[in-house]
Design a protein around this ligand. Structure first.
Ligand code: FES
Length: 107
């Protein structure tokens, strides 16, 4: 099992548990945290934008080119931070268990 700590747009702090290997987007979406995941994880909708807390930013793999381009496309509508990531591109496993994120505002 893997854990994620999440702060919703309403400020609610929750800890969720998921099977190892689950995409973070699916865990957040299925727990009704405000993440929609409209494209199903294809890196093309931006509705899974989260802010990863500072201490976790360097512990994640770099953004892929597709992820970076999707985030850039959001920039006119929503604040981007160094910890901005698409949750569909993060897998919850032993390396990422305990990650802490905040759901970004809807674009
Ligand atoms: S689910 Fe669409 S970009 Fe992540």
């Amino acid at each position: 099992m893997a854990q994620v700590h999440v702060t919703t747009r309403e400020g609610e702090v929750r800890t969720l548990e998921a099977e190892g290997g689950s995409p973070l987007m699916e865990v957040l979406r299925d727990a009704s945290t405000g993440v929609e995941g409209t494209c199903g994880g294809m890196c093309s909708c931006g509705t899974c934008h989260v802010y990863v807390v500072d201490e976790w930013v360097a512990r994640l793999p770099e953004r892929s080119e597709d992820e970076a381009m999707m985030l850039e496309a959001l920039e006119d509508f929503v604040e981007l931070r160094p910890g901005s990531r698409l949750a569909c591109q993060i897998v919850l496993d032993d390396d990422t268990s305990g990650i802490t994120v905040e759901i970004a505002p809807a674009a």
